[in-house]
Write a protein that binds this ligand. Structure first.
Ligand code: ADP
Ligand code: ASP
Ligand code: MG
Length: 467
């Protein structure tokens, strides 16, 4: 197949050191050389985003020494990569990295002085990971004989709302990205966009949520009407389970946008949960590809699912660190206002609900939320619902989900899952099935989640031996 325009996203592992960056650049260059226009979107070097979050917290708590130590480690990593990629000490790249590190150091010092880390300052700090990767990729592309130009997310036209930490693109983003990148492409220059980040109308830097570089790439893909978006990864593609948990997990050849969204929502870290949303309208395909094995087709994500007989389920996934919040009391019984007040309180806090179940006979509503959101949820509920109701947290939970469009209208799928869980002595705490019938999810005790994942994966014949 011949392409006119591709967006290629390189993840943290693909950017982790000079060798990985050089290899990633060669993957983009391979296409450019045969006449394809390529936009490259890059993540921070593996581990850098976590380091930035950690050092921002250290500065806020007053430990500036720890924050500076961390910055120094990162700085060495960026300079080493630049040098190994052939940058001279007085080159533009080295100067740019030095300046960015200086600004980062000042921002972190500001947090330390104020002992205050707002979501806005956290985004400013954490986006440096991607901003520092972009010049390294530009340099590697140039070393490979291409002309390249790097831009921050905002410079590339990505305009977002001001939900710092979890921002969403504004509708005019697409026009802006097209305006800013088309000229470069037609001049034969490969744009390199810092992923994960955008900016607000007022110019404040925002981030798109963890794993957000996937989202940046699909935003750019939609804006330019790309033929396809390729997300290069350290795995073969989207697999039937997290390969770190299930050793015989298999690559899935084709998934629909809907299936991928369910998988990502229920914890498959391989793609950002909203990554496919920009592609849905225009039907642009997304490919998840292995950088280590570039000719392997990986996973094709498209509008239509492809179902195989006898395999109603395509993947098993899990979210760890979940809490169940129970709202109970005689007052819940059959009174819609009570339910409304529960959801109202949740909506105000902008908490993501993983599962909801109501049992009227038990006068109880249960909500599954990420444990990091539990305290906020509890406080909002205690303030927002009637005093007669008891609101309690049950921590130490995980949510396990099976995903596949083939389960639509099929009988016995849930039964197969519950039998597998029962055989492992896994107690099910909550159950939910979406009306889209793309998934069934259950809450289980966190301690059992790996055993449960393995058992369910096996029960649906997803492993190597039976696939
Ligand atoms: P990148 O930086 O390239 O976006 P990530 O670390 O965010 O890479 O995502 C890839 C990782 O996602 C894999 O290394 C793998 O451990 C994990 N993962 C979890 N579930 C799945 C799955 N179902 N298929 C593939 N990878 C998965
Ligand atoms: N570097 C960011 C993260 O770790 C974004 C990404 O990798 O997609 O979440
Ligand atoms: Mg990722």
């Amino acid at each position: 197949m011949s392409y006119d325009l591709l967006v290629m996203k390189f993840g943290g592992t693909n950017m982790q050191d000079s060798r990985a960056i050089r290899h990633s650049a060669s993957l983009a260059a391979r296409s450019v050389r045969v006449g394809v226009k390529v936009v490259v979107v890059v993540s921070a070097m593996a581990g850098v985003t976590n380091q930035l979050l950690k050092l921002a917290d250290a500065a806020q708590s007053g430990d500036i020494a720890a924050a500076n130590d961390e910055i120094a480690l990162m700085r060495t990593r960026h300079f080493t990569a630049a040098q190994e990629l052939g940058a001279a000490p007085d080159s533009v790249t080295v100067r740019e990295i030095r300046e960015m590190h200086e600004t980062l150091r000042q921002a972190v010092y500001g947090v330390y002085l104020l002992r205050e880390l707002t979501p806005r300052s956290r985004d400013l700090i954490v986006a440096f990971g991607e901003r520092l990767s972009a010049p390294l990729m530009s340099l590697a592309l140039e070393q490979d004989g291409l002309r390249a130009h790097h831009l921050s997310g905002g410079e590339a036209g990505i305009l977002t709302d001001s939900h710092f930490g979890n921002a969403k693109p504004m509708p005019n983003t697409y026009e802006r990205v097209k305006d800013r990148l088309s000229g470069l492409l037609s001049a034969g220059v490969t744009p390199v966009v810092a992923g994960f980040m955008g900016e607000t109308e007022k110019g404040a830097i925002t981030t798109l949520g963890r794993g957000g570089t996937d989202f940046s790439a699909t935003i750019v893909g939609k804006a330019l009407g790309a033929d396809e978006v390729w997300a290069w990864k350290d795995v073969d593609g989207v697999m039937s389970a997290d390969p770190r948990v299930v050793k015989d997990a298999q690559n899935i050849e084709v998934l629909s946008y809907g299936e991928v969204m369910e998988l990502a929502y229920f914890g498959a870290k391989v793609l950002h949960p909203l990554a496919v949303t920009p592609l849905q309208e225009s039907g642009i395909p997304l490919r998840v590809k292995s950088a280590a094995d570039p000719d392997f087709p990986g996973t094709l994500v498209q509008a239509q699912p492809r179902d195989e007989d006898g395999h109603p389920v395509k993947a098993v996934t899990a979210i760890r660190n979940v809490s169940i919040i129970n709202v109970s009391g005689a007052g819940v019984l059959g009174i819609p206002e009570v339910i409304a007040s529960v959801f109202d309180a949740i909506a105000r806090e902008n908490v993501t609900l993983l599962m909801v179940s109501q049992s009227s006979s038990m006068s109880n509503v249960s909500l599954a939320v990420q444990t990091v959101d539990a305290e906020r949820t509890l406080a909002a509920l205690r303030a927002g619902v009637s005093l007669e109701l008891k609101v309690e947290e049950q921590p130490g939970v995980a949510v396990l989900a099976i995903v596949g469009s083939g389960m639509r209208g099929q009988k016995g799928v849930s039964a197969r899952m519950f039998t597998a869980l029962a055989d492992q002595d896994v107690n099910v705490l909550m159950i939910s099935q979406g009306s889209s019938e793309l998934n069934v999810s259950v809450a289980v005790e966190a301690a059992h989640v790996d055993a449960a994942t393995l058992a369910v994966h096996r029960a649906f014949g997803l492993g190597a031996a039976t696939a």
